[in-house]
Design a protein around this ligand. Sequence first.
Ligand SMILES: CC(C)(COP(=O)(O)OP(=O)(O)OC[C@H]1O[C@@H](n2cnc3c(N)ncnc32)[C@H](O)[C@@H]1OP(=O)(O)O)[C@@H](O)C(=O)NCCC(=O)NCCS
Length: 254
Amino acid sequence: MSRVSHPMRISPSFPLLNPQAVHVWFCELVHYTGRQDSLAAQLSDDERVRAARFAFERDRQRFILSHGVLRLLLSRYTQMDAGEIQFVTGEHGKPAVSGPSGAAAGIQFSLSHSGAYALVAVAHGRDVGVDIEVPKADLECLKLAERFFAPAESQAIAKVHGEEQQRLFYRLWTAKEAYLKGRGVGLSLGLDRFAIVFDEPSSGARVRLTDSRTFDQTWQIQSLSLPDHLAGAVAVEGGGCELHRYETTAFIRD
Ligand SMILES: CC(C)(COP(=O)(O)OP(=O)(O)OC[C@H]1O[C@@H](n2cnc3c(N)ncnc32)[C@H](O)[C@@H]1OP(=O)(O)O)[C@@H](O)C(=O)NCCC(=O)NCCS
């Protein structure tokens, strides 16, 4: 049994995940600060140890809130108690819900957090990756792109300036991170080993592998339009998926 039953209300109209669907959850962590203790009570020993390692209270709080909300979301998809969910990590650190049988089977997720925001993507029977970034106005976008991105990407960034340059940089960055996170390879696959090619004017994108100059047909990328100038993207394995966007506050509240 879990240590405590979670006291937050999850709406009975919580969306059902059909096999074609990918759910992307946007979470403003500030809405859950008053629930930090009850969310912390759902965390595993491992998550508590990780939370305790943060030097700053604000970072500790954001870790607890994002992992607590992740557990609440996954509890609905897996029909498990939030505090009962266990994770396993892949070779490069990608977490997955453990448990070979029951409703947990087939549920895949990805978590990203930046500043006071978190994004969670959930799918059934296919890998997903998600990334959110709070843009930094003073970031040296072009220098970073020239150093880390594929040449085609840094050349595209060099052609634009000011806010447009910053927007393109973060659009590429989040798309690249979402792809890496979907595949679960992290930075072991260099950021210059593949280039994001946007399918303008849609918000979709594909991945061109630098070495073979072929497209990775397995993955679809979608840039997300988020509030507060946030940048975000989701990468989905396989074709023909329906993307559904939700805000956690519509379904998880006091
Ligand atoms: C760890 C990494 C997967 C994502 O890191 P990130 O963008 O800093 O952080 P995010 O908040 O988006 O993602 C972190 C979450 O991804 C998950 N994660 C960790 N390793 C993962 C992997 N190999 N694959 C997929 N997901 C992973 C975890 O849930 C983690 O959350 P937690 O640390 O709270 O447990 C990795 O790609 C990384 O270190 N990136 C560095 C970012 C960077 O410097 N980019 C350069 C741009 S110029």
